[in-house]
Design a protein around this ligand. Sequence first.
Ligand code: ZN
Length: 168
Amino acid sequence: MRGHVPVESGRSFRVASPPANALVTRELASELEHVLEKFSLEAGFDERHPVSVYFNPGIFGHHRVGRAADIYGVGGIGIGEWKARWDRARQGIRETQERREREAIATAERKRNLGWRLYKSHQIHGRWAQPYGFPIQLFGPWTREEGPWKYISDRMLRAHRDHIHVAK
Ligand SMILES: [Zn+2]
């Protein structure tokens, strides 16, 4: 796509996917680079130990004009697998009697689950598109639990069970 640029690696994160997997507008590239840097620093990565992120190309809607990107993996693990781990931890919490033990499981999972952390970083640090009459363009497997659009339909949720979609 003419005039579009790849998302570049930062100080504490590396784009592990081929550059063509996320060819986007300059505006979206710099927003993503900003959020990814915040995320990786907050998650404890640095220049010597960067975290990897992996994009796959998208087809529909904002993707056609380079205004959207899909992140499929972080830390060498797929977003779908991070969500499966998250769900297993939630199950563990439901099955645990003692309150302090439940809190310990939740705290540990929030710390180590890079997929969830990346989603939250996008929510906290990213300024994503909100076309008139549409929700904020941040979707992923955590959208129904965490927002910003908790009313996401089953169909939309299923379409984003293995990646995080952002548009700007
Ligand atoms: Zn997408």
